[in-house]
Each structure stands twice: as structure tokens, then as C-alpha cells.
Design a protein around this ligand. Structure first.
Ligand SMILES: Nc1nc2c(c(=O)[nH]1)N[C@H]1C(S)=C(S)[C@@H](COP(=O)(O)O)O[C@H]1N2
Ligand SMILES: [Mo]
Length: 303
């Protein structure tokens, strides 16, 4: 199936390589982020690819969210019982302003931006998704990280009563709760966002309601869903997938077509909705923006 780029993105906004930013006029007050399918208002738009958007239907039905089960359709099917409000996020560790923050506290000062990003799963498929979110670094700075906070650890929700995949035992699907981490300079990079919506509506449960990370230059598993805790730490934290299978998953997990993983070359990918395979791009196409973060590091070893 061939999908045309949407007509509402003028070609002036599409730059295949660089990043093109256009500030729109402020469109009106932010709609409170309080429920399913609420319309969101974004104040700016960043389109980082000329590739066609993946249809909303695919983005919201073909999901990886092991808390609800390991099949792609499990999250959309089983996520109905999950309550994403009220919600709060605990902020801990090496920072000046630890505490419990309600979702409203977290979101209030940030204008939402639309970010059209490629997303590449380590399983060899990819999508192009229009997220609604704001830079992660803008939030982290509010908590005043200490100078020895070299990493940030993130934790996803643990609610086996509401999440069928977490109830599965002997063996457990994953060591819960799902944890991820970034080096502090990665977390502060302007491309790393927290998304509260996609396609202009609040996130559905299966996509990580009410708030999830999106780091577009890394494999999809780094973009953890349904955040409940942020912790500033000195040492590199252990992320869940690395804990589950260290031969396959690393901490950095930067998209790298030249670094094969045990069961897949990673040189190509299948864009959901397309027939032919595409070549995978270094850092998922964001090398111009993010490669300085990894100067001097052996990238082949860091998947
Ligand atoms: N909490 C949590 N976050 C998660 C996952 C998960 O199982 N649990 N799966 C990851 C993987 S492997 C991918 S590819 C992306 C998929 O995001 P999407 O389903 O919204 O497209 O979410 C990531 N975030
Ligand atoms: Mo993934």
C-alpha cells in the first residue's frame, strides 16, 4: 500500500535530511489533558522526515506494551481496564526539587508541540508518528538536577490488576516494573520529548497514556510508556530489556544499521503499511543532530 504525504504539510516544511522548524501562531489555550481522545492544541510543529505518516489506525493497534501482553494486538485489546487518571509522577534522587507531582503539575508550564518522528523497533519494523509533546529536558530542568546526576532512570507503571501481561507468571514476561534510562545529556537533547498525545489527541492507553517518552534516534524500547517515576542518579541504571536479555539489548540502543543484534542484521526495516524493505539509517536518520553525543564511543558495541 502506498500512502501519500498528508496534504496539510507544505513541501516547504519537509526536509529529508535536516530538521526544519516552523513556529505557528499560538492557536489558543491548551486543552486540559484529562481523558481519552481529548483534542490537543500544539503551538509549533517540527517535521523531521518527508516520509508519509503511518495511519493512526496502525499506530494505535499495532503496539508493543508488554504490561498488557506480548502480542502486538494485546495492548489495544486489553488496555480498557487501565486507569490513566488521576495520575502522578514521583521525582527522586539527585535534584533540588524531589517530590510527588500530579500530571497537571507536570504538564502545566509546557506548551505542546507537534513532532513528526520516525520510530524504529529493534524487531525490524518502523513507523512515522505525529506526537504531541514537549522537550523532556524542559521538564527535568524544573527539578534542578545536581551536578553529580549523570543519568536519569525512568519507571513505568506497575498495576497487575489492570495490566494483564503483568499478571502472567512462571515465567514473568519481563522483570517489572519496566525501567529505562538515559545519560543526562541525552535526556536534555531537544529531540527527546515526553508525549501526551499523538495525531492531535491524548494518548490512548495502548500508546502509553497519560505520558510517555519518545527518543527517536534510539530503538523503540527506550521510549517507555506510562511514566510514574523519574530518578536522578550517578551511575548508569539497568534498563529492563537489558536485564531480561543482555545479549540482545544494551543501555544505549542507538539505531545502528551496522551493528547487528543476535537475530537480526538491523540493516533494513519494514515501514508498517509498506511492502518493500527500507534501509535503516544511522541514528534512525537523526545523526546530524545527535552524533556529537557519542563522539569517541565505539558505536558498534552499544546496541
Ligand atoms: N512500559 C513499556 N514501554 C514500552 C514498551 C513496553 O513493553 N512497556 N515497549 C517498547 C517498545 S519495544 C516499542 S517498539 C515502543 C512501541 O511504541 P508504540 O506501541 O506506541 O508504537 O514502546 C516501547 N515502550
Ligand atoms: Mo520495540
Amino acid at each position: 500500500m502506498l500512502i501519500k504525504p498528508p496534504a496539510d504539510i507544505p513541501s516547504s516544511e519537509i526536509t529529508p535530511k535536516g530538521v526544519y522548524m516552523r513556529r505557528r501562531e499560538f492557536l489558543g489555550a491548551l486543552v486540559a489533558v484529562t481523558g481519552f481522545g481529548d483534542q490537543l492544541t500544539t503551538t509549533s510543529k517540527l517535521v523531521t522526515t518527508s516520509d508519509a505518516l503511518t495511519p493512526r489506525q496502525a499506530v494505535t493497534s499495532y503496539c508493543n506494551f508488554y504490561e498488557f501482553g506480548s502480542a502486538k494486538s494485546d495492548a489495544a485489546q486489553n488496555a480498557g481496564a487501565f486507569k490513566s487518571k488521576p495520575w502522578s509522577v514521583a521525582v527522586e534522587g539527585l535534584c533540588g526539587k524531589p517530590g510527588m507531582y500530579t500530571l497537571e503539575d507536570v504538564l502545566k508550564p509546557h506548551a505542546l508541540e507537534e513532532r513528526v518522528y520516525r520510530m524504529r523497533c529493534v524487531e525490524g519494523w518502523s513507523m512515522v508518528i505525529p506526537w504531541d509533546g514537549f522537550p523532556l529536558g524542559d521538564l527535568l530542568k524544573r527539578f534542578q538536577p545536581s551536578s553529580n546526576a549523570r543519568y536519569v532512570e525512568f519507571t513505568s507503571v506497575y498495576r497487575p490488576q489492570e495490566m494483564a501481561g503483568q499478571g502472567r507468571r512462571f515465567p514473568a514476561l519481563l522483570p517489572w516494573p519496566y525501567r529505562e534510562g538515559l545519560r543526562i545529556d541525552e535526556a536534555m537533547h531537544p529531540l527527546a520529548i515526553l508525549a501526551a498525545g499523538l495525531y492531535g489527541e491524548t494518548l490512548l492507553n495502548q500508546n502509553g497514556a497519560p505520558l510517555r517518552l519518545v527518543v527517536p534516534w534510539k530503538y523503540g524500547f527506550k521510549s517507555f510508556k506510562s511514566i510514574v517515576r523519574i530518578r536522578f542518579v550517578e551511575k548508569q541504571p539497568l534498563n529492563t530489556w537489558q536485564e531480561a536479555n543482555a545479549d540482545y539489548y544494551g543501555f544505549y540502543a542507538n539505531v545502528n544499521p551496522e551493528a547487528p543484534t543476535p537475530s537480526y542484521s538491523q540493516a533494513t526495516e519494514r515501514r508498517i503499511g509498506e511492502f518493500f524493505m527500507r534501509r535503516t539509517l544511522m541514528f534512525n536518520g537523526y545523526a546530524d543532530q545527535v552524533s556529537p553525543l557519542y563522539a569517541g564511543m565505539n558505536l558498534r558495541k552499544l546496541y
